[in-house]
Design a protein around this ligand. Structure first.
Ligand SMILES: O=P(O)(O)OC[C@H]1O[C@H](O[C@H]2O[C@H](CO)[C@@H](O)[C@H](O)[C@H]2O)[C@H](O)[C@@H](O)[C@@H]1O
Length: 241
């Protein structure tokens, strides 16, 4: 079902990959649509600052793609938080030797150059988009790897398996942001496309707001839009009224 118009008292939470930008072959091959930075800045103004990015990507990565974004950013599935004008703060991060984790993941993936390791400040992703036949192997290998790291959890992603801090979840990030003055008392609206977004959409709905699933697949979200283009049209409509 198509969502109703964005309420003027909304607190808007936006996922990044597959939501604000189309999925690409590699994490570094995404293209931010040219109108997106201005649209986000206008939404931020119209909603009194209650706009946040809530992404599996780390904050530095998001800032590279959206350099002037004026809102709050929850990165690494909520393991990092960057409030406007403030440094990146670790939240719900795991205590671990992340460099050793990256090295181990690279060693495990080294036998097939179609596999890609994405190192993150609080975890690691093994991407198999170029090698879909290795999906089961990646699943098994990452499951075995996480057994050595009780402070991490498996995060199923699109053609990728990630190890993230066990306590870092997007619903917790949303709840934390809703406690900030610019978000408090507003209606949470969360748009996302992936499994990691489901808990956040459920949280938004439990706080009296709604979730918008972008694309196909099962979801707890009350509403759905076909793709990032449809989301952008819907957001721009809110700015036109
Ligand atoms: O929470 P998100 O903002 O949706 O981030 C989730 C993960 O997105 C990225 O991977 C996905 O997008 C890539 C680019 O389109 C694609 O190549 C890959 O197959 C997808 O899994 C990102 O690389 C991860 O770090 C994020 O956790």
């Amino acid at each position: 079902m198509t969502p109703p118009d964005l309420p003027c008292d909304a607190a808007l939470f936006l996922d990044f990959d597959g939501c604000l930008v189309e999925i690409a072959e590699r994490p570094d091959a995404i293209i931010v649509p040219p109108g997106t930075p201005d649209m986000l800045a206008e939404l931020h103004k119209a909603l009194g600052g209650a706009v946040a990015l809530v992404s599996g990507r780390n904050v530095d990565d998001l800032r590279q793609y959206l350099p002037g974004f004026p809102g709050a950013i929850a990165g690494s599935h909520g393991a990092e938080m960057a409030l406007p004008g403030q440094d990146i703060a670790p939240v719900d991060a795991a205590d671990l030797d992340v460099h050793a984790l990256h090295v181990r993941a690279r060693d495990l993936a080294a036998h097939d150059d179609r596999l890609m390791i994405e190192p993150k400040p609080h975890g690691v992703v093994m991407h198999y988009r170029a090698a879909p036949d290795l999906s089961e192997w990646v699943d098994r290998t990452m499951t075995e790897l996480v057994a050595h790291y009780p402070q991490l959890a498996i995060q199923q992603a699109k053609m990728a398996i990630e190890l993230r801090p066990a306590n870092a979840r997007k619903d917790r990030a949303l709840a934390r942001l809703m406690d900030l003055p610019q978000f408090a008392g507003r209606m949470p609206v969360y748009a996302g496309d992936d499994l990691t977004d489901e808990v956040a959409m459920a949280e938004a709905q439990s706080q009296g707001g709604f979730g918008i699933k972008i694309g196909e697949g099962d979801s707890c979200a009350r509403y759905r839009l076909a793709d990032p283009v449809a989301l952008s049209r819907w957001l721009n409509r809110a700015l036109a009224v």
